[in-house]
Design a protein around this ligand. Structure first.
Ligand SMILES: Nc1ncnc2c1ncn2[C@@H]1O[C@H](COP(=O)(O)OP(=O)(O)OP(=O)(O)O)[C@@H](O)[C@H]1O
Ligand SMILES: [Mg+2]
Length: 293
């Protein structure tokens, strides 16, 4: 049964989607059958793994509001073992339409329960708000993962996020835990970055991922090519950092790839391709250092 993670921070642009997409891709490449649920009307994780937001037949919106079965909505990505429940701007309306829904905080949880057995990990990419979409994500999750950008205002607003976490835990989902904090977009040349890192480590202790993701132009380029950085430019520093975050993620949550056991009979034909491609990609994911001259 899949472990479920919400990647959330109501602050915009802190690296939620980048973290969701790369951790999910890394897990999938390590034979962990992984589903991304794009729970953001911006649909950035959908396009970030190369799926055209404009041609979707059904989306997270249809699952939440129209009761469409997740299995009808989930798409296979070009990365073996990586699946997505895609989203586009139509999801924005759900924030309002959910208000009148029955057990409105549990709509996503109920939908996920029908497919939880089909995956090893489900990663929900949340929108930059603490509205009903995020509440639904938290009510459905076992772990909250918080990306924090290493900058002056990093901790501003964190109290509000932690208050929401507590409210959900006390009232809707006692099983919810803080799974970890990922520090992103670090510029190690500045004292400020060092101060933020110290402060976050003091506050969150062991929950802080050891790997700190540096700011890197390559990371910001990758989404326009519809690829996670770990595949777009495997030898870049951003890629190396996200592979390390991915490895910590698998270790922390004891996720072991056994997806082959879970392939549906209809998919057995492609088993060979999957394992071939995986081993190919594993080589890409662990680039040997170039020997100069
Ligand atoms: N380590 C990094 N170095 C450089 N740019 C990055 C890095 N991580 C993310 N970015 C870029 O910063 C922007 C915001 O990142 P991302 O979309 O992951 O944040 P987000 O928290 O999901 O944003 P939103 O709140 O809008 O959903 C994107 O353009 C992304 O490509
Ligand atoms: Mg995002």
């Amino acid at each position: 049964m899949a472990k479920i993670f919400s990647i959330s921070n109501q602050k915009g642009g802190v690296g939620k989607t980048t973290t969701a997409v790369n951790v999910a891709a890394f897990s999938a490449l390590n034979q962990v059958r992984t589903l991304i649920i794009d729970c953001d009307p911006q649909g950035n994780s959908t396009s970030g793994i190369g799926i055209d937001k404009n041609t979707l037949i059904s989306t997270t919106y249809d699952v939440i509001i129209n009761g469409i079965s997740p299995t009808e909505t989930i798409l296979e990505s070009s990365i073996p073992n990586l699946f997505i429940m895609p989203s586009n701007p139509s999801l924005a309306a759900a924030e309002i339409e959910l208000i009148g829904a029955e057990e409105r905080e549990f709509v996503l949880k109920k939908a996920i329960s029908t497919i939880q057995n089909n995956f090893d990990a489900i990663i929900i990419d949340c929108p930059p708000s603490l509205g009903l979409l995020t509440i639904n994500a938290l009510a459905a999750s076992e772990f909250l993962i918080i990306p924090l950008q290493c900058e002056y205002y990093a901790l501003e607003g964190l109290g509000q996020l932690l208050d929401t976490f507590k409210l959900v835990k006390e009232n809707l989902n006692p099983a919810l835990e803080i799974g970890g904090v990922v520090l992103t977009m670090a510029d190690f040349r500045t004292n400020l970055t060092q101060q933020v890192i110290e402060e976050v480590k003091n506050y969150f202790g062991e929950k802080t991922f050891k790997t700190i993701v540096p700011r890197s132009v390559k990371v910001s380029e990758a989404p326009s090519f519809g690829k996670p950085i770990i595949l777009y430019d495997p030898s870049s520093k951003g890629s190396k950092a996200y592979r390390e975050v991915g490895a910590e993620f698998l270790e922390k949550f004891n996720l072991k790839g056994n997806s082959k056991n879970k392939l549906q009979p209809s998919q057995t034909e492609s088993t060979e391709t999957i394992s071939e491609e995986s081993s190919h990609i594993e080589t890409i994911a662990e680039p040997t250092e170039k020997v100069e001259g």
